[in-house]
Design a protein around this ligand. Structure first.
Ligand SMILES: C[S@@+](CC[C@H](N)C(=O)[O-])C[C@H]1O[C@@H](n2cnc3c(N)ncnc32)[C@H](O)[C@@H]1O
Length: 243
């Protein structure tokens, strides 16, 4: 069997999906709190920027992949209105259920389905916009997932990938110190799970940098790709156009 990375470990491809599922099964109930703590609230600004760049209009059809607890799906649902659609999806039932319950509590009823980004259960050309926030890093075959995202977009549609990326050199040391010394400890004390937050730090380092991901998106069929760095490259938003 082919091998891949799970953080810094080399594992069989089938093992990676199982271990990623274990991480998100474990963190689902504390996911939102941990996001706020670990990013010091900054994930809200990164997502708000993504929604602003997306500039969706009433009537647009949006697919949120790896949507987890639903931050992006909720923001888009308010903008596309009743004439539009936002489909909230994730491979992990615990994450999706947590998100669905949260959206229902806020009065939002969205079509929701569990699915693997590498095999999307949607017809080709179904969406104007596909988004994936902090999800691509966890996927086993990123190239296959990017091609699937392109397939379900209409011609001229956009894929927005919000993901951790390569931080600017002067920040690399303090960022590493924070990632490997502080994050796992907060994980242990708040979520009772140190290992999942060590995986988070490692998986960020193993993820393709800005230029590599841009090349991957072009190879997956996106004719034009823009990169927006945020927080000195801690995070990058890649916007690919299917053209
Ligand atoms: C860090 S969470 C991000 C959740 C949400 N998008 C956010 O920004 O808060 C990553 C999500 O990716 C999902 N995921 C991992 N592999 C996936 C795959 N192959 N297909 C779809 N979702 C996947 C996980 O289940 C998890 O909910």
């Amino acid at each position: 069997m082919a091998q891949t990375h799970f953080g810094y470990q080399t594992v069989d491809e089938s093992e990676k999906a199982r271990r990623v599922r274990g991480v998100f099964d474990s963190v689902a109930s504390r996911y939102d709190l941990m996001n706020d703590l670990l990013s010091m609230g900054m994930h809200r600004a990164w997502k708000a920027y993504t929604v602003a760049v997306a500039n969706v209009k009433p009537g647009d059809r949006v697919l949120d992949i790896a949507g987890g607890t639903g931050d992006l799906a909720r923001a888009f649902a308010r903008k596309v209105g009743e004439s539009g659609t936002v489909v909230h999806t994730d491979i992990n039932e615990a994450m999706l259920r947590t998100g669905r319950d949260r959206l229902l509590d806020e009065g939002l009823v969205l079509p929701t389905t569990t699915c693997d980004a590498e095999h999307l259960p949607f017809a080709s050309g179904s969406f104007d916009l596909v988004t994936v926030a902090f999800g691509l890093r966890n996927m086993t075959h990123k190239d296959a997932a990017l091609r699937e995202m392109g397939r379900v977009l209409r011609d001229g549609g956009r894929l927005m990938v919000l993901e951790f990326s390569k931080v600017a050199a002067p920040l690399a040391k303090p960022y590493d110190w924070y990632s490997f010394n502080v994050m796992p400890k907060i994980g242990r004390f708040v979520a009772g799970d140190e290992d999942s937050y060590r995986y988070l730090a490692e998986s960020i380092r193993m993820h393709p940098d800005q230029q590599t991901l841009k090349t991957m998106m072009k190879e997956a069929g996106f004719g034009h790709v823009d990169v927006h760095n945020m927080s000195a490259g801690v995070v990058a938003l890649h916007v690919g156009i299917k053209c």
